[in-house]
Design a protein around this ligand. Structure first.
Ligand SMILES: Cc1ncc(COP(=O)(O)O)c(C=O)c1O
Length: 481
């Protein structure tokens, strides 16, 4: 919730209290240097014991509520027909309005099944933007991802409230060009993770649905951050300012043929599902579920997580839950902007994103500025962020490097996990790093996996810049923190 201070400023205030805590570690900068060098300048390689604030992702790292934890204790582990599944199915019906449910172990498993069943060689899948695993699954099935975002989407210094909108004209042109039979579905991602958690408007979804329906193209909705997208609609789309999060979700869902999500985000658990009201789609997907995931009533998820997800789905319609990450992201971004640090605007749903092209303009994209920035943030602060740029974009089918549209270092805000003073620490260290940005140089691959290379790739710092940055930090701030 936002509270107005007597000086006129607004701050987000947590509408929950902390009852269980986890120890965190802030190790001296020499140890951080050793850890990042051994890990090939890839923040995925770092161990928790070397990390102070883990802002790699909001995926599966959110704080659960007491009611979610309590629900886990009464889970039913039956292989088939477990009662926990029916609680989840009821929650999906109540909150999202779908009758057919296929639980899966996480979001990418849903993408795998959708690709397996609906995407064939030569297909084209229009979407407002890709997510790494989405593109990989659709391409492995022989399809091509067609990103038809609006021109404003790639402007990192924008005031456009809905940079996640799909460009309607480009959608119509794509249908004309490729033909309906080559388009198995159109996919809308709420919110667009790789664009910086940017939402789409309800009006945009309504129009996308109109065009899709006119050509009998199903609409697939990736709702991994559905409560945040609904919150942004309430905040930014005038017509919906007095609607509840549930009312907005209900209207969003009225346009959807197949819904899926990673439960690791808005619902604050670990798992996922596909849901639909279309029996034919359900029957087409169902036989593959036990083969790849697990029986229909657990789908690869622990039944404890299923219980917690049923509660999390209902809780995400509470505005204090739906807004918790978004308002902290906004506060964080605004504090960084005060220091003139380039961040993606408007602030998005899952993270504060540093614009590495603006932060480190001297590093060419072929030397991975977002990867270098992410490693430098860790060195300067012990905070783990994630590269979302060219390293996260695999080579094309001919093995050529594909330069990403955006070079971002993502500082995710797991829901209800970090405090204001921790954010202030992050602002302070990022300010120091920005003042010393000339010391940061590029990276080069020394081990490069063939797919999703950002996970396990190893890189080296050009010109040994990590050690040099560490020396200056020790001189100016001290040997420790
Ligand atoms: C929008 C979106 N879709 C799909 C996924 C994949 O979900 P998971 O990580 O649970 O496999 C993610 C994960 O971050 C995501 O953000």
């Amino acid at each position: 919730m936002n509270i107005k201070l007597s000086n006129g400023k607004t701050i987000p205030v947590e509408m929950h209290k902390v009852r269980i805590v986890q120890k965190t570690y802030l190790v001296p900068i020499d140890e951080r240097l050793k850890a990042i060098e051994e890990g090939g300048y890839n923040t995925f390689s770092l161990r928790t014991k070397y990390i102070f604030l883990d802002m790699l992702t909001d995926s599966g790292t959110n704080a659960m509520s007491d009611n979610q934890l309590a629900a886990m204790m009464v889970s039913d582990d039956a292989y088939a027909g477990c009662e926990s599944f029916y609680k989840l199915a009821d929650a999906i019906k109540d909150v999202l309005g779908f009758s057919y449910v296929l639980p899966v172990h996480q979001g990418r498993a849903a993408e795998h099944l959708l690709a397996k069943v609906f995407v064939k060689a030569g297909d084209v899948i229009p979407m407002n933007y890709h997510f790494t695993t989405t593109r990989a699954h659709f391409e492995l099935a022989g399809g091509t991802v067609l990103e038809i975002f609006t021109d404003e989407a790639l402007n990192t210094q924008s005031t456009n409230p809905f940079k996640g909108n799909l460009d309607l004209q480009k959608f119509q042109d794509a249908i004309k060009k490729h033909g309906r039979e080559k388009i198995p579905f159109v996919r809308m991602e709420a919110t667009t993770n790789l664009l910086g958690g940017q939402p789409f408007s309800l009006e945009n979804l309504r129009e996308v649905k109109k065009i899709a329906s006119a050509h009998n193209i199903p609409l697939v909705f990736d709702g991994s951050l559905i409560s945040e997208n609904a919150y942004f609609i309430k905040q930014r789309e005038k017509k919906y300012e007095n609607k509840s999060i549930q009312e907005i979700i209900t209207e969003l869902m009225s346009y959807v043929d197949i819904f899926y999500l990673s439960g690791r985000k808005s619902t604050c658990v670990r798992g996922g599902f596909i849901a639909t009201n279309n029996k034919k789609y359900f029957e087409e997907l169902k036989p593959w579920l036990p083969l790849y995931e697990g029986f229909l009533t657990y789908g690869g998820m622990s039944t404890k997580e299923i219980e917690a997800m049923a509660v999390g789905l209902r809780e995400m319609t509470d505005i204090n839950v739906a807004s918790s990450a978004a308002e902290f992201v906004k506060y964080f971004a605004e504090r960084l902007i005060e220091q003139k640090i380039p961040v993606v605007t408007p602030p998005g749903g899952l993270a504060c994103h540093l614009d590495a092209k603006l932060f480190l303009p001297h590093i060419p994209q072929t030397q991975y500025p977002a990867g270098a920035l992410s490693a430098a943030v860790y060195l300067a602060s012990g905070i783990r962020s994630m590269e979302r740029g060219t390293i996260s974009t695999d080579r094309d089918r001919d093995g050529k490097e594909v330069l990403a549209d955006l070079e971002l270092a993502r500082l995710a805000i797991p829901r209800r996990v970090y405090t204001m003073s921790q954010l202030e620490y992050a602002v302070e260290r990022l300010k120091w790093l920005y003042e010393h940005r000339d010391l940061v140089k590029g990276l080069k691959f020394i081990e490069e996996p063939p797919v999703l290379r950002f996970f396990f790739g190893k890189l080296a710092a050009l010109d040994n810049w990590g050690a040099k940055l560490t020396e200056v930090f020790k001189k100016e701030i001290g040997p420790n923190y």
